[in-house]
Design a protein around this ligand. Structure first.
Ligand code: ASP
Length: 440
């Protein structure tokens, strides 16, 4: 029988109604046998995620009064009790809630406190579905350095899963070698889902969230942007790096290694096919050629001019050494005959500008050197670009027809992307223009 690991995000499990929708989705497909829930998320814009409440409870347990802690913990308690009540269950979770209260107050660390959001939600989900509960503490194992020990985790998961037909495994946390609970970084339930899918040999990792997949462009810039039907892991990495996020970055590796596709789905629109993230894809969307557009503001460009730069051996190395010595990594290196540009994140160079200028001046003695902020980078990504002529020309024409001055151009040698640098105030206009050219 085929096997799917299904992960539900916090907004998909924020209250009883959403819980029921998630459960209906799980039960409507018998291959959805392994379930990884997040903690209850926000029910409205003003609401607070249970994970954030638990971090606050932990803080109050150390820095506040017991009364302040209890009033915060009461909100957590009420969230779970409301879910159980709304689902019409007779499950008594008060013993668990009391235990967690005591543990946070007197014994455990910050990660333990945060992890209880997923733990408690998974207990309820397992009961509601009639699935077994597997505590992530016993199967997601970290090494002494705090990173996942995949070999031990895989062995523990395989062993445990062999005893369960259907199970719920909380996302976000696992155990350190000394027995304490450790969490992944925020949004880490995605990683748990990916690990479970890989270790169980699932055919598919479904990641259920509150959007219908990856959009071809940021819907805040392009209203009604289309959903990407199929994207490769490499394209996804390019788009995510440039700010398009739906999935935790570290969630890709385990399933990618195991050759398992990820399907991003929308709990509120279960019939929508969502986005399929695959290893390789022979075909591409001939209608659009590009897969997606993403971008970010907040970059600076260092422009270094030096007469006869192109004939000076080692010039580029010295520039990069100066960048490295200042603990910086660069994004792009657009260069001309006598000029070299280095694009870096503006936030990263904060507080280091003067030192950077002096290291560069000292090492390459430039004719001129300037740092200009306010650059936005836009990545046009698509595996179809390799096989199609004139894509770059269309990108540049559309942007310049929209009255935008292109400050930098870089095409990855894989021909998977074209990167443009524009002034920040032109960012939205440029993204919309490229979208219109290729999609609408
Ligand atoms: N609940 C955790 C967070 O809010 C993990 C997750 O939702 O994936 O970051």
């Amino acid at each position: 029988m085929s096997l799917k690991t299904v992960k539900f995000g916090g907004t998909s499990l924020c209250d009883a109604d959403h819980f029921r929708m998630a459960a209906d989705i799980i039960l409507s497909d018998p291959s959805r046998r392994l379930v990884v829930p997040s903690a209850p998320g926000k029910r409205s814009k003003e609401d607070t995620k249970v994970t954030d409440l638990l971090y606050e409870c932990y803080r109050l347990s150390r820095e506040g009064t017991t009364e302040a802690f209890d009033s915060c913990y009461r909100v957590v308690r009420d969230r779970y009790c409301a879910i159980i009540k709304g689902l019409g269950m007779s499950f008594d979770i008060s013993g668990e809630l009391d235990y967690v209260r005591e543990a946070i107050l007197h014994r455990s660390g910050r990660d333990y406190a945060a992890s209880r959001g997923e733990y408690l939600n998974s207990l309820i989900m397992a009961k509601y579905l009639g699935f077994d509960f597997i505590d992530a503490e016993n199967v997601i194992l970290f090494g002494d350095d705090g990173t996942l020990d995949f070999a031990r985790t895989e062995a523990a998961l395989k062993d445990e899963l062999s005893r369960h037909e259907r199970a719920v495994i909380p996302g976000f946390y696992g155990q350190m070698p000394n027995g304490t609970v450790r969490t992944f970084s925020r949004g880490g339930s995605d990683i748990t889902g990916s690990i479970v899918a890989a270790a169980s040999g699932s055919d598919l990792y479904e990641n259920w969230t509150d959007v219908s997949g990856f959009m071809m462009a940021d819907p805040r810039i392009v209203k009604g942007a289309l959903v990407i039907k199929e994207i490769t892991y490499r394209e996804l990495r390019e788009l995510s790096y440039m700010g398009a996020t739906v999935l935790h970055e570290d969630a890709i590796f385990p399933v990618r290694q195991a050759g398992i596709p990820i399907n991003i789905r929308n709990t509120l629109d279960p019939s929508a096919p969502g986005t399929m993230i695959v290893g390789e894809a022979d075909s591409f969307d001939k209608k659009h050629i590009i897969t997606g557009i993403a971008g970010k503001k907040g970059f600076s460009v260092i422009t270094i001019e030096h007469h006869l730069m192109n004939s000076q051996i080692g010039f580029g190395r010295k520039v990069l050494e100066a960048i490295e010595e200042n603990g910086l990594s660069f994004e792009h290196l657009p260069s001309g005959i006598d000029t070299m540009g280095v694009i870096l994140s503006t936030a990263a160079i904060a507080g280091k500008r003067e030192r950077l200028i002096s290291s560069l001046t000292h090492s390459v003695h430039p004719d001129s050197l300037s740092i200009e902020d306010g650059i936005a980078l836009i990545a046009v990504v698509g595996r179809g670009m390799v096989k199609s002529k004139g894509v770059a020309a269309r990108v540049f024409r559309s942007v310049s027809d929209a009255g935008v001055n292109i400050r930098m151009i870089d095409q990855g040698s894989s021909e998977l992307n074209i990167i443009l640098g524009v002034d920040e105030e032109d960012f939205e206009t440029a993204v919309s223009a490229i979208y219109r050219e290729f999609v609408s």
